[in-house]
Every structure is written in C-alpha cells, then in structure tokens.
Design a protein around this ligand. Structure first.
Ligand code: ZN
Length: 207
C-alpha cells in the first residue's frame, strides 16, 4: 500500500500539482486518437487496449513494484528504471523510435523510493558488503550512483526529465503522466498544462 491510503489527490504534497483525467475531454487535444490516449483510457476509463501487433508506445516508468502498466503484449516497449528517468537509457529510447515508436509516456508516481535514497544508503552499502565488496568500494559506488538516481520530488523530477528528453528528441510526442499508487489512475501534472498554453509549443499549430 502507498503510504497515503487516500491517494495523490488527497495528499497535500500532490493535490494542487496534478489534474484529474476523468473523461476524454480531460485528455489534451494533441494526445486524442493517439496511443497516449489509449494508455490513459486503459488506466482511467476501463478501456482495454487492443494491440495492433506493432510497437506503438514507449512507456518509461519507475521499477516500483506497486505499479504495473495496464498494457497487453504486442503493444509497447517498457523501460523501467529507478525513479523512471531515462538518464543512461537514451540509446534504448532511440532504438524504440527506430522501430516506429512516435509516442512516449513518462509515468511518475507518489512515494518513490528514489526520494529516500539517503535513508536507504546504509542498507545498500551493507548489501554490497554481503556480496564481498570492501566498505570503501561499496561506499564510493553508492555515493557515485546515488547522484544519478536520487530525486528530491516526484513531480519536479518528471518535469525536468520531460524537458531534458524534449531537447534531445523534439519530434517525438512525450506525455508526462503521474500514477497514484493507491488507485492506479493516471493524472496530468499541472505544469504540463502551463507548458501547453505557451505560444511556442512544438507542433501546436498543426495538431
Ligand atoms: Zn519510484
């Protein structure tokens, strides 16, 4: 269970920063009729996805064991990494795009372990020592890698990763979404709505 049994919309840390997706009209227009809308429909509207047999979507999300994307086989590539960020997995992303993927969902979630790396540090060092690593080597490894994986805040991390990927891959549609571990429903970060209202959003005129 998530720490907050009421879910993200009742959580003061998240509730003003996420927008509900309760019906099709809540889905940004540029995503309607795309695999991104189908992904939202599967989680929020009980609309199972009919796989086309071709890879239509790349799903990038955290390793989190309390969440499994509701997708059938023969539909999407999935990259799961601690925190859900794709730092170090850009090559994998390019591969999926070369196979025809034009839509990407980045799925953040509440209560992410990567916001608590400093609390997990000692246990991780101990784990490495149990694998025969010296204390010094284990400490250095955890210290070095923690910087790549740790995040301060789940919603802010999603935002910075969205902009980082947009700069690398400006011609693929990237959808930042946020899943509540309690309900497995998807939400839209309010910062993305502000992004869409900018006059300079790529592809705005022809979608
Ligand atoms: Zn996580």
């Amino acid at each position: 269970m998530a720490k907050n049994p009421l879910g993200v919309t009742r959580n003061v840390h998240f509730n003003l920063r996420l927008k509900k997706l309760e019906n099709v009209d809540d889905i940004p227009e540029r995503w309607r009729g795309t695999p991104i809308a189908s992904f939202i429909g599967a989680h929020n509207f009980d609309q199972p996805i009919e796989p086309s047999g071709k890879p239509e979507l790349l799903i990038a999300t955290c390793i989190e064991f309390r969440f499994t994307p509701k997708i059938p086989s023969m539909y999407a590539y999935v990259i799961r990494r601690a925190s859900g960020r794709l730092v170090g997995s850009e090559f994998t992303m390019v591969y999926t795009m070369s196979q025809g993927v034009k839509h990407v969902v980045l799925v953040g979630h509440d209560d992410c372990g990567m916001t608590k790396v400093s609390q997990k540090r000692d246990a991780m060092i101990q784990t490495l020592k149990e694998q025969g690593w010296s204390e010094k080597r284990a400490e250095e490894y955890v210290a070095n890698e923690a910087g790549r994986y740790a995040i301060d805040d789940e919603v802010d991390s999603l935002e910075s990763e969205f902009y980082r990927l947009l700069e690398l891959f400006p011609n693929v549609e990237i959808a930042p979404l946020f899943v509540s571990l309690n309900s497995h429903r998807l939400y839209l970060p309010t910062w993305y709505m502000e992004y869409l209202n900018r006059p300079t959003v790529p592809g705005k005129a022809n979608r």
